[in-house]
Ligand binder design. Structure first.
Ligand code: UGA
Length: 437
């Protein structure tokens, strides 16, 4: 493999992971960001994204002279052979992806891109964006390639270096092959296709994952009402290789910076081409409903009303292993609890910043102190190992609502607490089932 000169525009979790990992594969990478303070921090080796292994890779790349950070896209592309766009594509008007950042980078670099270089879109962008970027570029000698990323926050470095697949799409086959070659050391199955299909793979995959989770949350609710145990049900389902064991964990609903944004965006795209994607709409609606179901459970645990009740929240991030609060289901549940007048104290091992409506504390036991109900919203491993007897002594109430089925119910029972999970039949309707159906 030949080492290539690569520019990465945007140093968010996708851009920084892409830059650091490509450098670790031997390429020479220049990462650019518009945020001067961020670039200075990165130059000083400070990585603020909570991502295992990332800070080490950044340090390695810098020490080896294969990774540098500059301010502004123009400063990065000067002698680049391949330019990765890793800028945010937030949810814009009506749910469609907002491409302002992509467009601004293109207008900044279009005249200075080296002859024969390749622009690669890594951001999640609507089908047709590669063609649109190509039109904006107005450079016949610079192909635009779609190469979606499939990184999960919290395991981004691992996912980059151990991909299930690499997807590269371009209407010019040679450009797609040159981009695919950047990853050749990883030995992953590679799908070479056209740009629109590569763009579609990303949406189709993320929306399928969201649908899988909404489905499992719906099954969990049914299990609860029918006295079945969703943990055994999903295990039984998951052994079917066509279904698989992963992404079957019920919870307070799916969130984060990707699935909510991408489901909305595909819904918009579908509507724009006249397809009523009711399956995807139901996936989103089920997710909204899931948060309400969780709130109903907490209300019941708190004695039938939430006004004036103290609720101790364990976990605020959208999932364990990140300090990312974007579209966090935990915060969505917190907002609903607040709207009903609950007083919220929250603890999350990754979060120390202000969170609207929640008194954020730095100790899980402080979150539990005087709580009428303790609620686990994020599946941080350390929550399993808490001294639950102490939690029971500190809390005012004895029910722990475990929205992730994360804790050991027996350990809680031994500590004198009542454990309520999701989809594990706490309502115990099983005994009346024969009468109900
Ligand atoms: C997601 C996809 O999993 C990645 O493949 C994709 O690359 C990424 O979006 C992206 O588009 O950039 P991520 O947003 O990091 O990754 O988070 P996930 O691990 O997918 O979790 C999403 C949500 O589903 C979280 O709220 C999580 O708690 C929830 N979840 C996940 C469950 O409730 N149950 C599960 O079994 C798995």
């Amino acid at each position: 493999m030949f080492a290539r000169r690569i520019a990465v525009i945007g140093t968010g979790y996708v851009g920084l992971t892409t830059g650091a990992c490509l450098a670790s594969l031997g390429h020479h990478v220049v990462c650019a960001d518009v945020d001067v303070a961020k670039v200075e921090r990165l130059r000083a080796g400070k990585v603020t994204i909570l991502e295992p292994g990332l800070a080490e890779l950044v340090a390695e790349g810098q020490a080896g002279g294969r990774l540098e950070f500059v301010v502004g896209a123009a400063a990065a592309v000067g002698d680049a052979e391949v330019v990765f766009l890793c800028v945010p594509t937030p949810m814009g008007q009506g749910g469609a992806a907002d491409l302002a950042a992509v467009e601004s980078v293109i207008s900044e670099v279009r005249t200075i891109l080296p002859v024969g270089s390749i622009v690669v879109n890594k951001s999640t962008v609507p089908v047709g964006t590669a063609a649109r970027v190509s039109n904006l570029l107005k450079r016949k000698d610079v192909p635009v390639v779609s190469n979606p990323e499939f990184l999960r926050e919290g395991t981004a470095v691992h996912d980059f270096l151990n991909p299930d697949r690499i997807v590269v799409g371009c209407d010019i086959q040679d450009a797609a092959e040159r981009v695919a070659a950047l990853y050749s050391r990883l030995g992953a199955p590679t799908v070479l296709t056209d740009a629109a299909s590569a763009e579609m793979v990303k949406y189709a995959a993320n929306c399928f994952l969201a649908m899988k989770l909404s489905y499992v949350n719906a099954i969990a609710e049914l299990c609860e009402r029918l006295g079945a145990d969703v943990a055994d049900v999903t295990e039984g389902m998951g052994y079917d290789r066509r279904i698989g064991q992963s992404f079957l964990q019920p919870g307070p609903g799916w969130g984060g910076s990707c699935l909510p944004k991408d489901t909305q965006a595909l819904l918009q795209v579908a509507a724009a081409v006249g397809y009523d994607f009711s399956l995807l709409q139901a996936t989103i609606d089920t997710n909204t409903h899931q948060r309400q179901l969780i709130v109903a459970k907490i209300r019941e645990a708190a004695g039938g009303r939430l006004r004036g009740r103290r609720i101790g929240l364990l976990g605020l991030a959208f999932k364990a292993g990140t300090n990312d609060l974007r579209d966090s289901p935990a915060l969505a549940v917190a907002a609903l609890l607040r709207a009903e007048g609950a007083e919220l104290t929250g603890y999350d091992p990754g979060i120390d910043q202000h969170v609207d409506g929640v008194r954020v504390v730095s100790d899980p036991y402080e979150a539990a102190k005087d709580a009428d109900t303790v609620v686990v919203l994020t599946e941080w491993p350390e929550f399993r190992g808490l001294d639950w007897t102490r939690v029971g002594e500190l809390a005012a109430g004895s029910v722990v609502v475990d929205t992730r089925n994360h804790l050991d119910p027996d350990a809680l029972r031994r500590s004198g607490l009542t454990w309520w999970g999701v989809g594990r039949g706490h309502l115990d309707l099983g005994q009346d089932l024969a009468a109900v159906i």
